[in-house]
Design a protein around this ligand. Structure first.
Ligand SMILES: *Cc1c(COP(=O)(O)O)cnc(C)c1O
Length: 353
């Protein structure tokens, strides 16, 4: 007997993760810092209670977050990472023939999650300056479109949309389409013209069609714990909570998230350091004659085109792992100062041609 597996999954690639054994790990956009001391202490204490289930759904954290973020009660959902929440958002809106519009090149999970959710992927190529092509994205919307994803700042290019462009886009988006603003890197933004999605959600006061998607994996340094949240219209958030797998957010992750929210000063200091290093690495690359795209995230994009793979191998030969996208470019995470020095040293020995 042959087990009948969904035939549409045949076309689905597995998520590609590079090995994580390199001397210098700059391929995953993680933060180089260990957890905040108070988080580490609370996790150690929490370990003693992991024989107990967490709450069925992370209601307490969601309620606390709504207050903390000054958005209406019931407009926040918490999940096991923002990628998991994105799938829940899709599951909450996909029904019948459905399509989802997203930018490309962007976060590699998008096309996979769209297919898993049973929707048709509608990738829209980035504009020439590597920002979202908002007009083309609007033009890709059809009556079956359930969601548009905006990645701001965009992974892997580091480019970001400005407030005015986004406002114009939102005003032109049909009401039946959910706009998910993936703001995984928002804490690293320095350009004051880049909007804060939570502010827009606040203005919508529990209605509208915009969702801000955030994570504790990047700036907060909790990638291994798996926790993220989204804020948006109350009726959608309720559906997102319904489709969540019971108990999927661990007690430890909830504990770490709550303490992290309470550690704004330490977090701000860490983000400041990353941004300073981002400038320093950029200046170093510039001095070496390497082209790169100014970034609002904790990473830089080198548009190396057909030399991307060679550049990554060159770095790897010296134990520095970066993320190549063959034929397009290389994404380099901003690490701690020593990691960044190691990266600049290998970049120096790669002929810029
Ligand atoms: C890293 C990343 C995420 C994933 O975050 P998790 O909360 O760890 O699932 C989501 N979106 C983008 C654009 C990312 O780069």
């Amino acid at each position: 007997m042959t087990i009948l597996v969904r035939p549409d999954l045949d076309a689905l690639p597995l998520y590609q993760q590079l090995p994580t054994t390199a001397r210098v790990q700059l391929s995953n956009n993680e933060t180089a810092f260990p957890p905040l001391p108070r988080v580490a202490a609370a996790l150690a204490e929490g370990l003693e209670h992991i024989n107990r289930y967490p709450p069925v759904s992370p209601h307490a954290v969601a309620t606390h977050l709504a207050e903390h973020l000054r958005v209406p009660a019931g407009s926040v959902a918490v999940g096991a990472g923002s990628a998991t929440l994105l799938l829940q958002l899709m599951q909450a809106v996909v029904h019948g023939p459905s399509s989802i519009v997203y930018p490309w090149r962007s976060f590699e999970a998008y096309p996979i999650l769209v297919r898993v959710a049973g929707a048709e992927p509608r990738p829209v190529p980035l504009a020439g300056d590597l920002t979202h092509d908002l007009d083309a994205m609007l033009a890709a919307v059809t009556p079956t479109t359930r969601m548009i994803i905006i990645c701001n700042p965009n992974n892997p290019t580091g480019t970001a949309l400005h407030r005015e462009a986004l406002a114009k886009f939102l005003a032109a988006t049909p009401d039946h389409v959910v706009v998910v603003l993936d703001e995984a890197y928002h804490e690293f933004v320095t350009d004051p013209d880049i909007p804060d999605g939570l502010e827009l959600v606040r203005e919508a006061a529990g209605r509208g069609n915009l969702v801000s998607l955030r994570t504790f994996s990047k700036a907060y340094g909790l990638a291994g714990l798996r926790i993220g949240y989204c804020a948006g219209p109350v009726n959608l958030i309720q559906a997102v909570t319904k489709v969540g797998v019971p108990f999927s957010v661990s007690t430890l992750a909830e504990t770490a998230a709550l303490i992290s929210l309470d550690s704004a000063d330490e977090l701000a200091e860490r983000c400041r350091l990353v941004r300073t290093e981002r400038d320093r690495v950029g200046a170093g690359l510039h001095a070496l004659g390497h082209e790169f795209v100014p970034s609002q995230g904790n990473f830089l994009w080198l548009p190396l085109a057909d030399r991307a793979a060679a550049f990554a191998s060159h770095c790897m030969a010296d134990g520095v792992m970066v993320r190549p996208f063959a034929g397009e470019g290389v994404r380099v995470t901003i690490g701690n100062p020593a990691d960044n020095d190691a990266f600049l040293a290998v970049a120096r020995t790669f002929a810029t041609g």
